[in-house]
Write a protein that binds this ligand. Sequence first.
Ligand code: DGL
Length: 247
Amino acid sequence: MIGIFDSGIGGVTVFREILKELPHYSYLYYSDSKNNPYGDKSQEDLFQITENVVDYLVGHGCQIIVIACNTASAICKDYLRSKFDVPILAIEPAYKMVNDTNPKGKTLILATKGTIESQKFRELYQKYDNHHTAIYECVGLADLIEQNKQEEIGEYLKKHLSKFRGVENVVLGCTHYPLIQEQLRGVLGDVKFFDGSRGVVEELKRVIASNSFVPTKLSITFVDSTHQKIKERRFLELLEQSKNSIF
Ligand code: DGL
């Protein structure tokens, strides 16, 4: 079984890309909405929180773990890899993809405070810096998306991101943000979005092949740390929206 987790339902944006290419496996998705948002937490707290999540997933039979959260990936991946024997895959903001596709274009990177202040992000940014890039810490945005507060999301984007209208590339450096692409376009204009899910899918294919992981009938189990039924409904709805390309 493959375990996937995020601080809530945002990781569905990674999971749906995984399902498009790897539909013949068993998945356990852990939505840690009890600890949402991860983006404002200290490193010590995140180490503890994510270790508990991975412990749960491994304890329930997961042999591969996908961190479908940029914040937890940036801050905890090395720590988690040192604690567990299973392969642990991590996502990163798709800034390299900008470099590969439109390197001179005006770029905006959106992510949580935790991601942007991390050492891993600094290294990534320095490596691909195109000198036309703005970085914005979207404090509180993932939480609004998690709670599906559409009106507040609209106000948030207008208030904080209108000044960036005119950029060409937007790096969605948090797995919740692909869920609001239309609203982002409404404020930023006709931009090109980049997110890190592609990289995770490719890495997962490699890990599955090198571990001779045997395909099986698709099964998806969803667990939320607050046990709210509404989380599962929303998660399944979001999966359903991309159904044609998945099933
Ligand atoms: N979805 C997560 C990320 O990719 C975290 C959002 C949060 O809990 O702050 O960073």
